[in-house]
Ligand binder design. Structure first.
Ligand code: MF3
Ligand code: CO
Length: 265
């Protein structure tokens, strides 16, 4: 992987020039997320959300990061209720009471932006509300831990402890990632402690932190479409993601949207 800055412990340190582009790519992502989230209501299809997402990404002068990635067939991932991540948008109609996770990536001027939110379709029950707010709060606490001098595992631990305090479980089969000229770069970012404290965080590392949190067991399986990850027990799941820059103090959130806790006000 090419990088203009240096590499620390296998993780690129981005220059401020690179970060300025990453900020723009993620601004596009955040705007698309906000538009799609506002469109989620009973009766809309996931394919309609995807079509608007692709149009907005291209209108902004970017290309959809996901389209064609390892053969992925759409511009966004729309994962409904027991779908955890990588739901392929299509004819599925969203129904009252379901949780809808929207994941968007935009490639702009050589760099990727990536973020996700989970929103309710109409009124959702108390469990789903708590799952959604807990996942967003876990992301916020993970971001709070993502400061220079901490270890990557401090981020993982912060995310996990918020979720498990609510008796929810974090998915083990998928992790967050570094992001830059490639959508997936070093390091992998588990949402659980592994016993490997990982790299020491340095200013200029750019990370996509993305807790995937299940109401029941952490176990997932992938559907026959080869992409859609669903909970094995059929219980709901939520997913929030931000791309951030590690700084000396609080991280800089690149993908601020009105549908995330972090960065509101
Ligand atoms: N945010 C997701 C990720 O980091 C989206 C990737 S979807 C894919 O893995 F289709 F592009 F793989
Ligand atoms: Co991601």
């Amino acid at each position: 992987m090419r990088t203009k800055g240096r590499i620390s412990q296998g993780v690129p340190i981005r220059t401020e020039e690179e970060i300025a582009i990453l900020r723009e790519a993620n601004r596009i992502v955040a705007d698309v997320l906000a538009a799609l989230a506002a469109l989620v209501k009973p009766g809309v299809t996931s394919g309609e959300l995807d079509a608007l997402g692709e149009q907005m990404i291209r209108q902004a002068g970017a290309t959809p990061s996901f389209l064609g990635y390892h053969g992925y067939p759409a511009s966004t991932c729309i994962s409904v209720d027991a779908e955890v991540i990588h739901g392929i948008p299509g004819k599925r109609t969203i129904r009252e009471g379901e949780l809808v996770s929207i994941d968007v990536g935009a490639y702009y001027n050589g760099y990727h932006g990536d973020a996700a939110v989970t929103v309710p379709a109409g009124e959702v029950d108390a469990l789903r509300t708590r799952l959604m707010t807990t996942t967003d709060r876990a992301l916020a606490q993970g971001i709070r831990a993502a400061r220079a001098g901490n270890y990557l595992e401090d981020v993982s631990r912060a995310v996990q402890s918020v979720c498990e305090a609510e008796r929810f479980s974090v998915v083990r089969a998928f992790v967050g990632h570094g992001i830059g000229q490639q959508m997936h770069e070093e390091p992998q970012i588990p949402n659980f402690v592994t016993g490997d404290r990982g790299p020491r965080l340095r200013p200029g590392m750019v990370l996509a932190i993305e807790p995937m949190v299940n109401a029941g067991s952490p176990d997932v399986r992938v559907l026959a479409d080869g992409w859609t990850a669903v909970t094995r027990d059929g219980k709901p799941s939520a997913h929030f993601e931000h791309s951030i820059v590690v700084r000396e103090g609080d991280a800089e959130v690149l993908s601020v949207s009105p549908y995330h806790l972090w960065g509101q006000g």
